[in-house]
Structures are given as C-alpha cells and as structure tokens.
Unconditional design. Structure first.
Length: 334
C-alpha cells in the first residue's frame, strides 16, 4: 500500500501529525508512506525511518507576486511530479486550498480530509471526517487515521533526533550538559511574552540558560541579552531544525510561548512551561498536559482570551502573566 500525507506546515502542525504517521505504520507496517512538506520545514522529518520519501516544495515562494513566472513553472513541475504517482490513500491533514489542490493533482483511490476544511479544500475529498466540539489537533488527525483503519490506542510522536546534530549542539554548548532552554519567539506578535519578562526570569535561574530562535528573532533575543548580560548562551540563528531538536532534547526543561519549539519539547518528553495568551491551549497546547505533571500551561484569566488576534496593542493576556508565576512552575527542574 502507498499512502501520502499532505501536511506542509507549520512546525507545530507537523509535530501534531506525527502520531498519525505512527498509527498508519503500526496498522500497515509494509506500506510506503510519503509526506508532502514545505522546503523550510523538511529538516524536522529528514531521516525519519517511518517515511519513505519527502516530497518537498517551496510554499513561501508561491506567495510572492514578484516571483510569479518562476512560481508558475514550479507549480507545473510539482503537479507533473505528483501526476506520475499513485496512492491507495491520500490524507490531507492541512485542510487549506493549496493542500486541497495537491490532493486533487495526485492520482489516488481514497482522498480523505476534514469535513470542515477551509478555503474549499473539502470539495477535493472523496471521504470527509467530521469533527465535533473542541478537539486537540493531534486527536483530530487520529480521527482520520481511525477512518482509514489505523486506530491508535495512544498518541505517539516518532520524532527522530539526528546524532550528528546532537554532536554539533554539544560543541556549541562547550560541554554543558545541564541547562534550561528558552524559546522566546512566536510567529504572532501577540503570542510573545515580553522580552523584559524573559530577562527577569533568566535572572532567577541558577544554571546555564540556552536561548533559541531564527535569524529574524535577533531583535527579540537582543532585548533579552541587554537586560541579562552574560547570563545566556545565544543560539539564535545558529541552528537548523535538526540542531533545534537536538538542543531541546538535552534540556532539563523548556520555557516557550505557544510555538513550534513548545510542541517539539512535548513530543520529546521534556518538561514544558508553555505561556499562552491569544490562542486556545485546549486545542493547541502541549499534547497530554491534562495528565502529565511535567507539561505546564501558564495563562492569565482575562475575558478576551482566546481572541486569536495576531496583533494587539494591549497584550493584557501576556503582560498579566507574572515572572513569579512562570518561575514557580520552572523551579522544580533547577
């Protein structure tokens, strides 16, 4: 059997889809499973022994009108590549127009997705799975697994951490083997706990602190460094996804906004202190936090949360989360 998973992005969403991959391989161990993933996120899946082939495309370039001629050529090439393939099952776990079109372009016997998928993508599915009520993203994906005969007794995250990446991180850390990792960024401005709060938290921590982020997060990291000189090991912009996973896997605990590193840490069974503001921790919090005492949700009881606004002038839901509250959850790991 050949099975195609369509889940190009984002980082956290890909982590949420890993239990689907595990359930499928457990149910159909001889199957070939391929995965459509965005170029900038392929590192999270590269080398995973449960995946036969990654089908990579540069989704970000599709958004630029300036690159329209090159984008059209790439889409044609991508469509031609998909058209040569055939899958018994094509599962669109993304549920957007782009993923729906990928589903449509790819020959297959069963095309399955969510009945409530957005941007018209549901019209490309032959089989639709209805979701009732507030369901965590991991459990939503497992409902699709159940619909194709791959029911999972529990969610497992087959996240592969590369040995070479572990060695690179060990070198960057200069032999430090116990540290707290902090991920202070997030895609939305409204999901970021203030930099000065992170700096105050770091001042309380009595062991090495590693701070991660991409090159675009340098301003955020610099704001923290200015408030806590000499207290952090700055890996901002110095790691790829493989090295990010390796650094998280070695941490005593991870403090993070609602972001990809938070989900990686949860999948790797590291203690997590997750700071939530405008988003819904019930649907996208670290999976299993209700039963796992090492997964901590930190939020302020404000009436407007969750609002799902990407920008906010007030930021009350984040600013009302005190440094003392976050430190109280973290200190047992120090």
């Amino acid at each position: 059997m050949r099975i195609l998973i369509i889940k190009p992005s984002s980082l956290g969403d890909i982590i949420h889809a890993l239990p689907f991959l595990k359930a499928v391989k457990d149910a159909y161990p001889e199957s070939q499973v391929d995965w459509v993933v965005s170029k900038n996120l392929a590192g999270i899946l590269e080398g995973n022994p449960l995946i036969n082939e990654l089908i990579i495309f540069d989704k970000d370039s599709w958004k630029s009108l300036r690159n329209l001629p090159a984008t059209i050529r790439e889409i044609k090439s991508f469509r031609k590549n998909l058209g040569k393939r055939y899958y018994e099952i094509i599962a669109d776990l993304q549920g957007l127009l782009r993923s729906g079109l990928i589903t449509h372009f790819t020959p297959g016997a069963m095309k399955i997705g969510f009945a409530g998928a957005r941007e018209g993508s549901r019209f490309f599915y032959g089989k639709k799975v209805r979701i009732n009520g507030a369901v965590h993203a991991v459990d939503k994906n497992l409902l699709i697994a159940k619909a194709i005969g791959a029911e999972a007794k529990k969610a497992e995250f087959p996240l592969y951490v590369d040995d070479a990446a572990k060695e690179k991180i060990a070198q960057k850390l200069g032999g430090i083997d116990e540290y707290i990792l902090i991920a202070p960024s997030a895609r939305w401005q409204s999901k970021r706990w203030p930099a000065e709060y992170f700096a105050s938290l770091i001042a309380k921590i009595n062991m090495p602190v590693v701070v991660t982020g991409t090159a675009s997060d340098k301003d955020i990291i610099q704001g923290i460094k200015d408030e806590s000189p000499g207290k952090i090991i700055d890996l901002c912009g110095k790691t790829g996804l493989k090295e990010l996973m390796a650094s998280i896997s070695g941490a005593k605990a991870v403090v993070s906004n609602d972001s990809g590193p938070m989900h990686i840490a949860s999948a790797l069974k590291r203690p997590v202190i997750a700071i939530f503001g405008p988003t819904d921790y019930e649907k996208t919090g670290p999976y299993g936090w209700q039963k796992n005492k090492d997964l901590h949700i930190i939020r302020a009881a404000v009436p407007c949360s969750p609002c799902f606004k990407k920008k906010c002038k007030d930021m009350g839901c984040m600013r009302k989360i005190t440094v003392e509250t976050v430190y109280a959850a973290l200190k047992k790991y120090l």
